[in-house]
Write a protein that binds this ligand. Structure first.
Ligand code: NAP
Length: 472
């Protein structure tokens, strides 16, 4: 029994003896793109390398310093083999099962789409070579990334496998190559790892869909109000407004709604905790998913707000604006009258611009503090202060900026073309709702209860199942 265990055991690289590890020989099956890139990095990191190839004498170019042998001979010389071959060609590994017994097999393969096969490639490999210790690893890195070395975006090597010793052997190699290792558990996680490279911006999908949907809705809404209505009502062609005026309305409108949507799940969660009287019950899935994409929503909102700033800056050089200004001046000269200075108007426009600038400044601060390099330098308290307190302040400023823009237009019948409210009025609904709900949450009596719940207090005492009054 003990002999059997010994035979099956994996040779471990002791952490205390890195010098011997350097001289360790590793094997790569397959001299293709990934095999070559991985081999190059292994050689650069001081490993001896032997390739196992179908055609040892006529295979493609390999990194200098490596040897090429047949699969059988190459497998004998090492205890660890990287299988850099597509899953479709794994059959030959079954015939090599005796030579691969007790060895660590690293499965790096990916598939072209999800659920292509009934089982994960690594599980299939384990079934083909039951005596080996299969570890799924390196599949999330491209050949290009391996060749160029770890960068911020490509620093992580996910791995999984059933043998802790085999995983450690692979983890040590990955660490020596400069990567950070993330252990995802047993080989059952292989399918999840194989699906990683197939995902395209998964956490951006919902925010992007929402942005596109809102942008399309407000674009057509404003097109009807600003261009089609004018054409039907006054027979005037205003279509040129699509390029700047419409864009400069749609972007801030969508930006403000997205910013409000960053904070809405937080207040919903607060009310849910108050209602349930505990923080230990899971939020519904939709709320969890919504909370997880708040950063993406915020970044898109910031990008749209920046576009609004740029569009606003070009207003004075627009032909239409310069034409209207000149026309106004000329007609005043012709009529020999001047319009008096309107202090209210001056206050209104200055406040509107000033609040907008302050709001955008805070917006930028929020965006900058979400960069990993900045957020890593902040303590958790500092980070949540900026993202929460300053976040709500940003929302308040930007909402107030929009109210100032509307001023008394809310009360004018002429604002409601074809009985539709202007776009900026519609966009105020969500931010106003968020701010009112937040205001309710920070009322001292409500805030006290919520803080207690967040510190672990529960309405139902699990000991005696008796109900406690929340406000006592
Ligand atoms: P590749 O360039 O097509 O190379 C595959 C190698 O497999 C060939 O060079 C060949 O080497 C060997 N091979 C081909 N047919 C075979 C057969 N019938 N029997 C035995 N061996 C055979 O592919 P690759 O891009 O290097 O990808 C290799 C594996 O890495 C795949 O599973 C892929 O999903 C995974 N991967 C690739 C990347 C990447 O960026 N390329 C990234 C992550 C994961 P010999 O001629 O020497 O036998």
């Amino acid at each position: 029994m003990s002999e059997e265990v010994k035979q099956e055991s994996v040779s471990l690289y002791p952490v205390s003896a890195p010098a011997t590890l350097k001289e360790e020989e590793v094997c790569i099956f397959g001299t293709g793109d990934l095999g070559r890139s991985l081999g190059q990095r292994l050689l650069q990191s001081g490993y001896r390398l032997v390739y196992g190839s179908r055609r040892p004498h006529s295979c493609g170019p390999i990194p200098s310093g490596a040897q090429v042998q047949s699969h059988e001979i190459a497998a004998q010389s090492t205890s660890l083999v990287f299988v850099c071959v597509h899953r479709e060609h794994y059959d030959f590994l079954g015939t090599l099962a005796p030579q691969l017994r007790g060895k660590v097999l690293v499965d790096v393969s990916n598939n072209l789409k999800k659920n292509m096969y009934p089982e994960a490639n690594a599980e299939y490999l384990q079934r083909l070579v039951p005596g080996a210790h299969v570890v799924k690893a390196f599949n999330t890195l491209s050949a290009w990334a391996l060749q160029n070395g770890p960068s911020d975006a490509n620093r992580q090597v996910y791995l999984c496998g059933n043998s802790p010793e085999a995983k450690q052997a692979v983890a040590e190699i990955a660490t020596k190559l400069g990567f950070t290792v993330l252990d995802r558990g047993s080989l059952c996680a292989a399918r999840e790892l194989e699906d990683f490279p197939l995902q395209l911006f998964p956490e951006w999908r919902m925010p992007m869909r929402l942005t596109i949907g809102l942008t399309a809705f407000f674009f057509f809404y404003l097109l009807i109000r600003d261009v089609i209505y004018t054409y039907v009502d006054q027979k005037k062609d205003n279509s040129f407004r699509i390029m700047v005026s419409l864009a400069n309305k749609v972007f801030p409108i969508v930006s403000l709604i997205l910013l409000a949507l960053c904070y809405l799940p937080g207040v919903i969660a607060g009310f849910l905790q108050l209602y349930r009287g505990t923080k230990y019950k899971r939020f519904p899935d939709w709320l969890d998913r919504w909370m997880l994409c708040r950063k993406q929503l915020g970044l898109i909102a910031l990008a749209l707000a920046s576009l609004h700033v740029l569009y606003t800056l070009i207003i004075p050089i627009r032909y239409y604006v310069r034409f209207r200004l000149a026309q106004n001046t000329i007609s005043q000269i012709k009529d020999n009258k001047t319009s008096p200075f309107d202090t209210t108007m001056a206050w209104r426009t200055d406040s509107y611009y000033s609040i907008g600038i302050l709001g955008f400044g805070l917006y930028l601060l929020l965006g900058i503090s979400s960069l990993p390099s900045v957020s890593n330098a902040l303590s958790w308290r500092e980070f949540s202060f900026i993202q929460s307190k300053l976040g709500y302040l940003t929302l308040l400023f930007c909402t107030f900026h929009t109210y100032l823009y509307g001023w008394d237009k809310f009360l004018r019948i002429s604002s409601y073309k074809w009985y539709t409210p202007p776009g900026y009025m519609l966009c105020l609904v969500v931010p106003t709702l968020v701010l009112v709900l937040k205001l309710l949450l920070i009322l001292p009596c409500v805030d006290k209860s919520l803080t207690r719940i967040r510190q672990g207090w529960e309405k139902t005492d699990p000991e005696n199942d008796g109900k406690k009054s929340l406000l006592t």
